[in-house]
Ligand binder design. Structure first.
Ligand code: HEM
Length: 543
């Protein structure tokens, strides 16, 4: 009898370790006991694997098992457009990490759905619109940030030009400069790439008339600017580029975005591993970065609470705090301080990296395609000229610029798999049964690289967005910001930031490859978003 009970017990444990695909589930990679299809899901650039292999092996809807959790990958334009529009595909998974990161509640945008998410989204869109999100008043913030970035670039340039001038004067001192005859702007940067003033360069004049240049590391050049624009709208605060608090936020968000995909893959499925082996899953580090960013946001909220004027909301945090007070007085606590922290965090995570990466990709393609850069500058010179900076109003007249930005966003969509979706009820797709709560990975990259639609998707060719009169023509197959109800909340802001930074930079500077540097790779770094690999660029001032 005891033997029988033991056998039954072992059999039931073994059975629970075996993982079965749900009935009529889409085909997919082999499914192993305990881990499901996980070993066959690459941690790096999985969107490529989906397009290069899975769609041929299994079709446009691929069944995956993350441990015992079903998931589907949706590849190809028809199916992608369909799931982005069908209501039951608009949920968000509530994973272990999601719960852990947001005070064990469903808060913010990335991991909420249903009435809570709808109310947050409606409120946020309304107030961001009132605060000038995507409108002219935001333009001022973006233009200021672009000017600050210019000053950083020019500061390095000016100081280096002074050294060149000093070579011809008694101030030239090999003891101080080491190699005063060499043009080496990075002598004015510290180990973090931050500009450091050198008192030995005092006293030279007329330097701005000289043509000079600087080599600079591109990875992350726009992160501070992008976060400052978001912070300006969220909290009314913008920071100096070398502000330590902001630098720390940038680093925290960067680490979070690069590490999340791998860590999430393991610890969402086996939460126990997260507790037993936090080092292997990387979950301690992830929480460390999240908490640092939360502390930053919490400090801003506390400052806002001290001077809150209910009749005069200055920014998003004020508007949210006022809504919180209303909710608390009528017993509806949907707006909470924890919710505000997670919402602001979602904005920083969603907006900083994506905007930066798109801008860096824009410059990367400019140095790989100098003739495209020339054409952009010719158009800028003829439409905007040199006497003023480009403005959002110029957008409709800058046809080639629009084509170039669209082509960069097409060839390298920085969020290639959207934020994961969840199926909110049992449903069907492409003839298969998709059970409620299945996670959905939607491959936007596959739409941007559909050979049938684009002809030569791997080729960088902005002209594909121009008609026979060289007017810009929008293409509905560009879905870098997603589509449907879950579409990016920050689209207007991101588009304006990218347009104004890109055009102002190209109006002022020529970007090229430093001598002896190999051409930069277009293959992205792994992570939740596509980031360009680090590369250097030579920046020449256009006179
Ligand atoms: C080039 C820049 C950007 C790109 C390419 C981008 C792209 C995307 C994509 C693809 C999604 C997911 C859509 C889905 O899950 O179906 C998304 C969601 C989101 N984005 Fe962006 N984004 C950018 C910038 C921004 C900015 C600047 C902000 C805010 C400051 C922002 C805020 C959000 C939020 C809050 C969501 C979640 C929306 C929801 O779940 O309801 N994004 N974005």
């Amino acid at each position: 009898m005891i033997t029988l009970i033991l056998i039954a017990l072992i059999a039931s444990i073994l059975y629970s370790l075996l993982i079965f695909r749900p009935k009529n589930f889409p085909p997919g990679p082999p499914c192993l006991p305990l881990v499901g299809t996980l070993p066959f899901v690459p941690s790096k650039n999985v969107h490529f694997t989906m397009v290069k292999k899975w769609i041929n092996d299994y079709g446009p809807v691929v069944g995956l098992m993350f441990g015992s959790h079903p998931a589907v990958a949706v590849i190809g334009a028809k199916q992608v457009m369909e799931v982005l529009r069908r209501d039951e595909f608009q949920g968000r998974p509530y994973t272990f990490n999601a719960k852990h990161r947001s005070f064990n509640k469903r808060l913010g945008f990335f991991f909420t759905d249903g009435p809570f998410w709808q109310e947050q989204r409606r409120f946020t869109l309304r107030h961001l619109r009132d605060l000038g999100f995507g409108k002219k008043s935001l333009e001022g913030i973006i233009v200021d940030e672009a000017e600050v970035l210019f000053k950083k670039l020019l500061n390095v340039e000016i100081q280096e030009t002074m050294v060149i001038i000093n070579i011809w004067s008694v101030l030239s001192d090999p003891g101080h400069w080491g190699d005063p005859e060499v043009f080496r702007p990075d002598r004015f940067l510290d180990c973090n790439g931050k500009f450091v003033k050198d008192e030995w360069t005092q006293g030279s004049g007329t330097i701005l008339t000289l043509l000079s240049f600087v080599d600079i590391q591109m990875y992350g050049l726009f992160k501070i600017s992008a976060l400052n624009v978001i912070s300006g709208v969220m909290s009314g605060m913008r920071y100096a580029r070398d502000d330590e608090e902001l630098q720390a936020l940038v680093n925290n968000l960067d680490e979070l975005v690069r590490r999340s995909f791998r860590s999430g893959k393991i610890s969402n499925i086996f939460p126990i591993l997260k507790r037993l082996f936090p080092r292997i899953t990387g979950s301690n580090e992830i929480m460390y970065y999240i908490k640092n960013a939360y502390n930053f946001i919490q400090r801003k909220i506390t400052e806002h609470k001290q001077v809150l004027n209910e009749n005069n909301p200055r920014d998003f945090i004020d508007a949210y705090l006022i809504e919180m007070q209303k909710g608390n007085s009528n017993g509806n606590a949907i707006f909470t301080e924890e919710g505000l922290i997670v919402t602001c965090h979602d904005f920083f995570v969603a907006g900083g990296d994506t905007t930066n990466n798109t801008l860096v990709f824009c410059l990367l393609y400019m140095i790989l395609h100098p003739q495209v850069q020339n054409a952009v500058q010719e158009e800028l010179d003829s439409v905007v000229g040199q006497d003023r900076r480009p403005s959002v109003e110029d957008r409709q007249r800058l046809h080639y610029v629009n084509a170039v930005i669209s082509e960069v966003m097409r060839i390298n969509p920085v969020v290639p798999l959207t934020v994961p979706h969840r199926v909110t009820k049992d449903t069907n797709l492409h003839g298969y049964t998709i059970p409620k709560d299945t996670m959905v990975l939607i491959n936007l990259w596959s739409v941007h690289h559909d050979r049938g639609h684009w002809g030569d998707p791997e080729v960088f060719r902005p002209e594909r967005f121009l008609d026979e009169n060289r007017n810009f023509v929008k293409d509905e197959w560009i879905i870098s910001f997603g589509a449907g109800k879950r579409m990016c909340l920050g689209e207007a802001m991101a588009r304006n930031t990218i347009f104004l930074f890109f055009t102002s930079l190209l109006q002022e500077f020529l970007f090229s490859l430093p001598e002896d540097d190999p051409p930069p790779q277009t293959l992205p770094l792994p992570g939740m978003t596509m980031a360009p690999q680090p590369f250097r660029v030579k920046i020449t001032r256009r006179i």
